[in-house]
Design a binder for this molecule. Structure first.
Ligand code: GDP
Ligand code: IMO
Ligand code: MG
Length: 440
């Protein structure tokens, strides 16, 4: 099941779309999908890139994560924050789709929808908080989650007791008994957990009715979008490669696949339909929450990046930890995602620095290590080898084309591009839509 919004009215029969082209020639792959993914630890500026591309898109989709994501978009001086809704929703011509891979907190979804014009339950959020307290008490270390219930909601999904939108829209008796079962399960683990089941069910039923006209069968919807008339489909990744449940800095990660595979499983898109994969990387690095961060700068540089970059979490209001750009992680993200191009954001934040460093390799006991370490104890211990660049000490915020950038900034960008081995397509020099230099 998938949820779709559109500024323009579109027919809702609640029936699967006509499956055109089921028997098509072997070489007819259908329309290609562009995917935007975070290449670091999140907050790279994915929302801004999606907003930019959405001006051309027919369908903009979210495929994974939940309202742990916080994507800021600035258009005509107005700032929008999106958590569950795709950032493309500002474009009145495109349809916004939330795919099966997303965990939804229904009150949060409607609040966000209302503000800008769940399959996470309230108790999943409470359990998230209880689990964090337990981790702190038992291991002396929590994860620093957003407490949006993401881990518990995906746990319920993986243990096959989660509830899906189709359950909510089906037989309400069935839904109620499944919901009660789920609550009982969590209460047996957390006896202090109190849930007003009848009140929750009443609210969920109301949400279900509000949701009903927006629900589509995602597989048929996507199939039609891929094989019907030519359509531009854009997928907005949430969170980022280093927060991926499989490839990230486990266990200090989120609970979904934020790498390219998440676009296929979270929307029902065949891999051959994936076209461009745009990696978004900041010109430095930030991280929210706990976990190893080799290039972190716990000094004046880190503070400057934090304040100049306004590095405060959109979802939690926490200060983001800041450090130099780490190309070991961006290259690692590219190995998994196969980026076809990179958007390098927030170059302007570096404008005032005397010198700028870039992490290019990790060393352990004085020797370079060939891989990004899977073991977090090792990652905590690595020493970073840096390349140092002279700062350009020039305001870049008014630059609109490559030639407007100072040569020292151009050298910095070219070095990054060569090191990752992926062309840089956009360079960000400010928050708003027009502050994006397009290179090709
Ligand atoms: P996301 O989670 O990847 O969508 O990123 P966030 O929205 O959480 O964080 C990125 C922040 O940087 C937002 O406040 C954006 O408005 C801002 N931003 C994006 N690109 C640029 C840029 O090139 N320069 C500056 N100064 N700010 C930017
Ligand atoms: P966007 O889409 C930055 C981090 C949390 C925490 C860990 C687990 O805005 O880039 P969770 O609540 O998902 O169980 O938290 O993951 N995290 C993010 N950090 N940006 C995000 O999303 C994040 N989504 C999750 O801070 O460390
Ligand atoms: Mg964010």
């Amino acid at each position: 099941m998938a949820l779709s919004w559109s500024a323009k009215e579109h027919k809702n029969t609640n029936q699967p779309a006509v499956a055109t082209g089921l028997k098509r020639p072997r070489n007819d792959v259908g329309n290609k999908v562009a995917v935007v993914l975070g290449a670091q630890w999140g907050d790279e500026g994915k929302g801004k890139v999606v907003d930019l591309l959405a001006t051309q898109a027919d369908v903009v989709c979210r495929c994974q994560g939940g309202n742990n994501a916080g994507h800021t978009v600035v258009v005509d001086g107005k700032e929008y924050d999106f958590h569950l809704l795709p950032s493309g929703i500002i474009n009145p011509k495109s349809i916004s789709l939330i795919g099966n891979g997303v965990v939804i907190h229904l009150p949060g979804l409607f609040e966000e929808g209302d503000k800008n014009e769940k399959k996470v339950f309230d108790f999943h959020q409470v359990v998230d908080g209880l689990q964090e307290t337990e981790r702190q008490a038992q291991e002396g270390k929590n994860i620093g989650t957003t407490k949006k219930g993401i881990g518990p909601a995906y746990s319920s999904k993986a243990s096959r007791t989660g509830l899906r939108v189709c359950d909510l829209l089906g037989d309400i008796k069935d839904f109620s008994s499944k919901f009660k079962n789920l609550v009982r399960q969590y209460q047996s683990m957390y006896p202090s957990l109190t849930v007003d089941v009848e009140d929750q069910l009443k609210k969920l039923k109301e949400y279900g009715e509000r949701l009903r006209p927006m629900v589509r069968d995602g597989v048929y919807y996507m199939y039609e979008a891929l094989h019907g008339s030519p359509k531009k489909i854009l997928v907005e990744g949430a969170n980022a490669a280093l927060l991926d449940i499989d490839f990230g800095t486990y266990p200090f990660v989120t609970s979904s696949n934020c790498t390219v595979g998440g676009a296929c499983t979270g929307l029902g898109i065949p891999p051959l339909n994936i076209g461009d994969v745009f990696g978004v990387a900041k010109a430095y690095t930030t991280r929210v929450g706990i976990g190893a961060f080799p290039t972190e700068q716990l000094n004046a540089v880190g503070e400057l990046l934090q304040t100049r970059g306004h590095e405060v979490g959109v979802t939690t209001g926490r200060k983001r930890r800041c450090g130099w750009l780490d190309l070991v992680i961006v290259r690692y993200a590219h190995m998994i995602n196969g980026f076809t191009a990179i958007a390098l954001t927030k170059l302007d934040i570096l404008d005032v620095l005397e010198e700028i460093k870039v992490g290019i390799a990790y060393k352990l006991h004085g020797k370079r290590i060939p891989h990004f370490p899977a073991n977090m104890d090792v990652l905590q211990k690595v020493e970073v080898e840096y390349e140092t660049f002279p700062g350009w000490k020039t305001d870049t915020s008014a630059a609109r084309k490559w030639g407007d950038l100072p040569v020292k900034a151009q050298n910095y960008i070219r070095f990054i591009e060569n090191h990752i081995g992926v062309p840089i397509k956009w360079v960000g020099v400010g928050k708003s839509r027009e502050c994006m230099i397009q290179m090709f």
